[in-house]
Design a protein around this ligand. Structure first.
Ligand SMILES: [Fe+2]
Ligand SMILES: [Fe+2]
Length: 131
C-alpha cells in the first residue's frame, strides 16, 4: 500500500476527528518506512493514538445520539482487539507479521472506515451543530 497523502479531501468537518485522522496518517506513514528498531515504539504510539481517537468518536456518538452508534462502536472494539493481537505478536518478536499488518491492513481499514462509518457520523454530527 502506498503512503497516504493527507489533504483536505480526507477532512469531514469535525475538528477533533480531522486532527486525529491527520495524526494517524503521519503515524501510519512513519510505520511503513521505519527501522526494525523503531517499529515497537511507533506501533505502540499508533495503538495508543487509535484507542484515544476511537474513545473520542464513541463519546461524540453517545452525546449526539448517532443512529448507527452501536454498529460503529462495535467496529471500533473489533479493530482494537485486532491491534492488541498484533501487539502480542510484536511482544513475541514477530516483526514480520506486524510489518505486513501496518503496511496493508491498517491503511486499508483506515481509508474504508473513514469513507463509511466516520463520514456518516461526521455528517450527522454537523447536522446536530457539532464542528
Ligand atoms: Fe475515525
Ligand atoms: Fe470511527
Amino acid at each position: 500500500m502506498a503512503l497516504i497523502t493527507w489533504s483536505d479531501a480526507l477532512k469531514r468537518g469535525i475538528a477533533f476527528q480531522d486532527e486525529d485522522h491527520e495524526q494517524a496518517v503521519h503515524l501510519m506513514n512513519a510505520l511503513q518506512t521505519c527501522s526494525d528498531e523503531d517499529l515497537p515504539r511507533l506501533y505502540a504510539e499508533l495503538y495508543t493514538h487509535t484507542k484515544e481517537h476511537l474513545a473520542r468518536e464513541d463519546e461524540l456518538m453517545e452525546r449526539i445520539g448517532f443512529f448507527a452508534k452501536d454498529m460503529h462502536m462495535a467496529e471500533h472494539a473489533r479493530v482494537l482487539g485486532e491491534m492488541q493481537a498484533f501487539q502480542d505478536k510484536l511482544d513475541a518478536g514477530d516483526l514480520a507479521a506486524v510489518r505486513a499488518y501496518v503496511e496493508q491492513a491498517v491503511p486499508e481499514w483506515f481509508l474504508n472506515h473513514l469513507d463509511s462509518m466516520d463520514t456518516a457520523t461526521a455528517m450527522f454530527a454537523r447536522q446536530m451543530g457539532e464542528s
